[in-house]
Design a protein. Sequence first.
Length: 554
Amino acid sequence: MSEITKPSLNFIEEIIEEDLKSGKHNGRVHTRFPPEPNGYLHIGHSKAICINFGLAQKYGGKTNLRFDDTNPTTEETEYVEAIKKDIQWLGFEWEGEALFASDYFDQLFDFAVDLINKGLAYVDDSSAEEIAEMKKNPSEPGLESPYRKRTIAENLELFQDMKAGKYVDGSKVLRAKGDMTSPNMHMRDPVIYRIKHEHHHRTGNKWCIYPMYDFAHGQSDSIEKITHSLCSLEFIHHRPLYDWFIDKLGIFPSRQIEFARMNVAYMITSKRKLLKLVTEGFVSGWDDPRMPTISGMRRRGYPAEAIRTFCDKAGVAKRDNTIEIELLESCIREVLNRTADRVMVVLDPVLLTITNYDENLTEIMTGENNPEDVHSEDRPLPFSRQLWIEQDDFMEDAPKKYFRLTPGANVRLKNAYIIQCDGCIKDENGKVIEVLASYFPNSKSGEDTSEIKAKGTIHWVSKKEGLPCEVRNYNRLFTVPNPDDFEDEGKTIFDFYNPESLQVNKTAIMEPGLKGAQEGIHLQFMRKGYYTVDPDSTEDLMIFNQTVSLKEGW
């Protein structure tokens, strides 16, 4: 027997396995997921979550959830709770309690004092514009601040006064003494503390100075003794500064490793732009089913398993690329085909009357919920003389390969009888308002002894028992795959917003058993697509969101 080939390792796994082999960190693997609580998580975060939590699980390690909450202006407890919910919904649990960079504000302040005492940080009175001007650009050396030569004693006093609230916002900052000639702009005397008289969502008004993200992030990793600090590729130029702080402070040497971020066609991952979509009314909220947020995808009915599978198939790479959205949709169909119950909902109804069926009779047919699930139960379906069918399931003058209802043709009603189309009734404008048919009594599904052939099968809902519902169908939120690509032409993503991205159907009729279906349940509307129950549903009106079409392609 040939030996089974093991799947190849990605480059992060190779690093971890080499560390384990060498005994680095005593064989520990400790990762973290460090979101800023200034918005909802999106498809890009799902990849970071799967990598950080997934690798720790694979190697018997731990993963911290830490909120890098260093900017009180943009951060809210609402985002903290939403992020926790998203991670758990994806199927992951963090080590212990959730952590916060704000937990370490005292320690970070002490780190800053340590840098001042070592002559490696100074208080600068320059404005943000003056600092930017002094930094110049990567092709020419920057200029040192006139405040760079302040004494250690003066810097310590000024920094303590900043902490004490003696200065207004923007009047002073604390900068590290980096290298003003470095081609890496992050190394040119970076700002590490600024004054912000803002209420913090956790520390209240205790602080009026806050560490910059680049200072708090790396040091928080070190405080938590994170062994493998995994982040997306845009932070690669921050790594030299990250390592510089570790070296100068003499603290635990977390290692930053960058991977390609998750870029998916027709989706954007800028929190600032996503927030603008919300605040300017392009979408109904962060959880709008058109949004690439995890909460939006959950509301649309994307299974967590499918998102994890998508992240796995997208792989872990060192170079950014754009992944086609069709791969994500394929992963969704793969899961839903196994798990979604099959139900009948008529989206564009026209009346079908079976003229030879007893108008006082109602039969209960049996419908199979899911042929892919051996444990799935059947459900009752009321059947009567008058049914709703889809408008496009009848054509008076049909082409040769049209296998639905047309005069003289036979069709199987799903889970019920074979019928023969006898004609139709039209209104004064020539629109078909009723289709007429006759049924074969001995052709009942599961009991068919008629030997009558029907090439097509259509779905239906009893007129008497069927219930109205609202169905929300979705197209791409943008009209081009990568709207960010046009910024150099002076255009924004909003120039490519698709006004047809949401289409609301208020004429649909559903089988009665769907009344009261649970929020988030996965359903396949026969011959139409996959749908889920929306939280806007009420006792009187069920609302369904389209998850994805039945077939590949949009």
